[in-house]
Design a binder for this molecule. Structure first.
Ligand code: SAH
Ligand code: SF4
Ligand code: F3S
Length: 472
């Protein structure tokens, strides 16, 4: 089997309407007693895709193991966003190659975003023949069939064009309390530095009725929180032409009365006033927004194709802060984009000073083959990139700590998700503003929303104790 990306084919199918089809959820006993090891790289999208992969593997008999050396099948769900994501995968594949020498029956699968790049698919074909199955982001639902039908020859099954939207997917979810819910796949924004539109394809929204059905099922199963997931959630519906947009969807999800709702990721360009209104109207929509800035310089933002200026970002940020009291806003920032001058970088620091984000993921620019930005000379030295990153991180951490300090002495609601790594008899969970809290509590608190008094704040977490109110 061989289906390497073919651009002609991509053009031919460009205007084909997306259809909703049912995932097959094949069941088989073929691998009963065998174990799988799954390693996930990248964003929440991949984390959730891995829940589908787990569902597929358990359906055909496998059980999960945490130790790759004892597994009968190893699956790497990969990420292509930056070069270091690539390096990690190839590093681990080196170890797997070694293992396969002593375990010739081991099945090795590489899937996710990396194989969607032609060069990686070619490399796996030519230099990594011990990899048995290569699959992409568009055919995860076929993985069961690929494994069941696999013979000795390497199977490369990667589709260059996004296919249909699958419903009826069986997930083996990591948590019993918080759940990811895809509301759309792909991205149409084509920010000039970003590989995602190429690895995930064009935007395809799920139908609102299907999303609501999934949320209601999760609520009935006892889930306390859903995260609506997409690369650009607030562009939801733009490809559906049925009149539904993200604000409408958010309102309908809120009306299901599931206790907590959040969503990632929002693009500033698609953020509407109606969205802000809905978020402030419903108590079960968490006051937490991840709003990637990428750069504070309007000149660099233009080169990045972000469709907003520094001033427009600040205006939106302030509008949200004003309309939603206590909202926590986090962001993503890239340093060292080609031609980023000291002045441009100073603009980024200026926005950070003005917005005082609750938190930020910060990255060094990494050229991605096939993106428009990769054609611009990557002319900032690694030394300068690292210097800027460090300076930015210091500032970001200062504000994170400052925000966290505001929680000291307050009582907040925390959804307890598991035991804490910070010591015995400690559990951990998240506030409605997505602050991580380590709590003096008990195992029985897991899976509940409890009141916690915050005693101490650090840059990346809070410490607190459970409070029980005595009724008079
Ligand atoms: N869809 C989301 C996130 C996509 S990837 C969004 O639009 O915000 C997550 C983050 O990785 C991006 O927000 C960006 O900050 C960073 N990123 C993407 N491409 C990158 C690249 N080539 N080099 C460095 N960081 C990158
Ligand atoms: Fe990438 Fe931009 Fe799409 Fe986010 S919005 S996934 S950064 S192209
Ligand atoms: Fe990486 Fe693919 Fe996500 S490239 S960041 S895993 S969409």
């Amino acid at each position: 089997m061989m289906n390497l990306p073919d651009l002609k084919e991509a053009k031919k199918r460009e205007n084909k309407p997306v259809e909703t089809i049912m995932a097959s959820n094949i069941k088989s006993e073929k691998f009963k007693g065998k174990s799988f090891y799954l390693r996930t790289y990248g964003c929440q999208m991949n984390v959730h895709d891995s829940e589908e992969i787990k569902g597929i593997l358990t359906n055909i008999g496998f059980k999960e193991t945490e130790n790759y050396e004892e597994a009968d099948i190893i699956i790497l769900n990969t990420c292509a966003i930056r070069e270091n994501a690539h390096d990690k995968v190839f590093g681990f594949l080196g170890r797997v190659k070694h293992l396969k020498k002593s375990k010739p029956d081991l099945i090795v699968c590489v899937g996710g975003c990396m194989p969607q790049q032609d060069s990686v698919a070619e490399l796996l074909k030519n230099k990594y023949p011990f990899v048995d199955i290569v699959f992409g982001t568009h055919n995860i639902s076929d993985l069961g069939k690929l494994i069941l039908e696999h013979q000795d020859k390497q199977d490369i099954e990667v589709y260059s064009v996004e296919g249909n939207v699958y419903e009826n997917i069986h997930y083996d979810r990591d948590s019993k309390y918080t759940a990811w819910v895809n509301i759309m796949y792909g991205c149409d924004k084509f920010c000039t530095y970003c590989i995602v539109p190429y690895t995930r394809g064009k935007q395809r929204s799920r139908k609102m009725e299907d999303i609501l059905k999934e949320v209601k099922n999760l609520r009935d199963e006892g889930y306390l929180e859903v995260t609506l997931l997409g690369q650009n959630v607030n562009a939801y519906g733009k490809d559906l032409y049925d009149g539904n947009d993200f604000a409408t969807l958010l309102e309908e999800v809120a009306k299901t009365n599931i206790p907590r709702i959040r969503f990632v990721t929002s693009h500033p360009w698609d953020f509407t006033d109606k969205m802000i209104e809905i978020i402030s109207k419903y108590d079960n929509i968490m006051p937490y927004i991840h709003l990637p800035l990428q750069s504070g310089s309007s000149r660099i933002l233009k080169l990045m194709g972000r469709r907003y200026t520094k001033e427009e970002y600040l205006e939106l940020f302030n509008k949200i802060k004003k309309a939603i009291p206590g909202v926590s806003i986090t962001t993503d920032i890239i340093v060292g984009f080609p031609n980023e001058s000291e002045e441009d970088f100073a603009e980024t620091l200026d926005v950070v000073n003005k917005c005082q984000f609750d938190g930020a993921f910060t990255f060094i620019y990494s050229p991605r083959e096939g993106t428009p930005a990769a054609l611009i000379k990557d002319n900032i030295s690694m030394e300068i990139k690292e210097e800027r990153l460090q300076k930015l991180n210091e500032l970001v951490n200062k504000y994170s700590l400052r925000h966290n300090k505001e929680y000291e002495g307050k009582v907040v609601k925390v959804l307890v998700t598991g035991m804490s790594e910070k010591g015995e008899n400690k559990v951990c969970g998240y506030t409605e503003t997505m602050k991580l809290v380590n709590i003096d509590g008990a195992i029985g608190d897991i899976g509940k929303i409890i009141d916690v008094e915050i005693e101490d704040a650090k840059s990346f977490s809070l410490d607190g104790k459970k409070v029980t109110f005595v009724k008079n």
